[in-house]
Design a protein around this ligand. Structure first.
Ligand code: SAH
Length: 463
């Protein structure tokens, strides 16, 4: 090990910072976050840095650095572009046995700064021993994406009740088992869903009972996005990776399913048009049964669960059964397909509003309000409309939408198979007849479709 990682208590301790530019500013922020009392010496200080120090009890010496300024300091940092000065600071500090860091100059450091993931009171420092700060930063961003910001609040809650748990359990082993359950169970999830008060109440109950076993499980209604796993949210990924059971739809891509916990039970409840693999009522019951058995159930839905996803209906039933749940939004098909298809849904010159409409028509009769879709300067996005394309086009034309209105079909958006065709209301049926784009597909109607030829950037296009 090149360097020993340690955590330094800087609260109310004096630190000398040499330099007054942007690099010094970054270091000053860090030191102040750790509660240090910063004395800064430089010939000039940038405004933001001056303000920061003024509001945090810092001192500024406008002038030359001198070794006497090191007196009573517990750390010293040099952040100047004057190499001679930096080296002087280093030598003085070493002579006085004060830990010193010259920014970005490992040979002139007796300590170095790690890349930091701050979820105070949890703090992670990552070091490459000065070999590759970029690698350390890449690792940091991986961790940043995996650790919810609410870990801070969870850490604080645990800190507050730590002594109570100590009193309740005499053996270290019992405490460890208890905390492991708490921190991977409902208390943690309650904090992650912003219910800190409930989390605390539950934790107090668990301490009293001396047991943190999950009595009931929980359901996570998770939007899996349009297919490309890169478009999952961090939260979706985290919940998928701790699921005991996953119920998924037809629209959830194989690549996304791959990211679920390896030993989770995977249950397909997918629906195809007119062919419901598992009736909705049975899906609701499955969710409830698994959760009541204490499992963490992920209900994965294509796109966003609250946009043509029947997410609301499933939740109503869970609520009735008293099962706790969380909902995670996903990127909905309209948003994904329009961005990956190069068609902005709104644009200052073309559309000031956008409407998401279901193209699924009961008995193939036109029961949509076409009247409100014919005004110009709005974008209409039809979901589930590929098989009713002829009726949608007919409805729009009949109600007075001009025949040369632009229309696009985006099929299998964001996947390698994505295809886009664009045309007008009076020729799209013919174009689709030739192109035979497959479901799932969305249909975009409006002036914004004109932008597609310039803005298309992803995958192949047909017409
Ligand atoms: N909750 C989903 C929509 C479910 S309805 C969401 O928010 O995206 C199913 C319809 O979504 C399909 O008929 C199709 O119109 C659309 N859709 C979903 N994924 C799609 C994709 N990758 N490409 C094109 N359309 C898609």
């Amino acid at each position: 090990m090149e360097y020993l990682p340690l955590f330094f208590d800087l609260k109310h301790r004096s630190v000398l910072l040499v330099g007054g530019g942007d690099v010094a500013l970054r270091k000053a922020r860090l030191l102040i976050r750790a509660g240090a009392q910063v004395t800064l010496v430089a010939h000039s200080v940038n405004d933001e840095l001056a303000r920061l120090l003024a509001t945090h009890n810092g001192k500024v010496i406008l002038g030359d650095y001198g070794a006497e300024q090191l007196r009573h300091k517990v750390l010293v940092l040099a952040a100047t572009d004057d190499e001679v000065l930096n080296e002087q600071v280093y030598r003085d500090a070493v002579a006085m046995q004060i830990p010193v860091n010259v920014v970005d100059n490992p040979p002139l450091c007796t300590f170095i700064f790690p890349a930091i993931v701050d979820r105070s009171p949890i703090v992670i420092g990552i070091s490459s021993g000065g070999q590759s700060p970029v690698l350390a930063r890449i690792l940091r961003s991986k961790l940043e994406s995996q650790i919810p910001v609410s870990f801070s609040r969870l850490g604080a809650l645990v800190g507050r009740l730590r002594d109570k748990v100590k009193d309740r359990f005499s053996s270290v082993n019992e405490r460890r088992v208890f905390w492991e359950k708490v921190l991977q169970g409902q208390v943690a999830e309650k904090v992650f869903s912003g219910r800190d008060q409930e989390a605390e109440t539950l934790l107090l109950q668990q301490i009293e009972a001396g047991n943190a076993d999950n009595q009931t499980g929980e359901v996570y209604l998770v939007g899996a996005g349009p297919g490309d796993p890169d478009l999952l949210t961090f939260k979706a990924l985290r919940l998928m990776q701790q699921a005991d059971v996953v119920l998924y739809d037809r629209l959830v891509s194989a690549e996304v399913l791959e990211l679920c916990r390896r030993d989770a039970d995977m249950i397909y409840v997918g629906k195809q048009r007119n062919n419901h693999a598992v009736p909705q009522q049975d899906i609701n019951q499955l969710l409830i049964t698994h959760a009541q058995a204490g499992r963490r159930v992920v209900r994965l839905k294509g796109g966003d669960p609250f946009i043509f996803g029947r997410g609301g209906e499933e939740l109503e039933q869970l609520k009735e059964a008293g099962i706790p749940f969380q909902v995670v939004p996903g990127i909905t098909a309209a948003s994904a397909c329009s961005t990956y298809g190069g068609i902005p849904l709104t644009h200052r010159n073309y559309a000031q509003s956008v409407k998401f409409v279901t193209g699924q028509l009961k008995n193939r009769t036109t029961d949509l309000n076409f009247k409100e879709m014919i005004t110009p300067n709005q974008t209409i996005v039809f979901y589930m409309g590929l098989h009713t394309l002829d009726l949608l086009v007919e409805g729009l034309l009949e109600h007075g939408k001009p025949a040369d209105t632009l229309i696009a079909i985006v099929s299998q958006g964001t996947s390698e198979q994505q295809r886009v065709i664009t045309g007008r209301l009076d020729n799209i049926l013919e174009l689709q007849q030739q192109a035979q784009l497959e479901a799932p597909a969305i249909i975009i109607v409006g002036e914004v479709v004109a932008l597609q030829s310039q803005l298309s950037w992803f995958g192949k296009e047909v017409a």
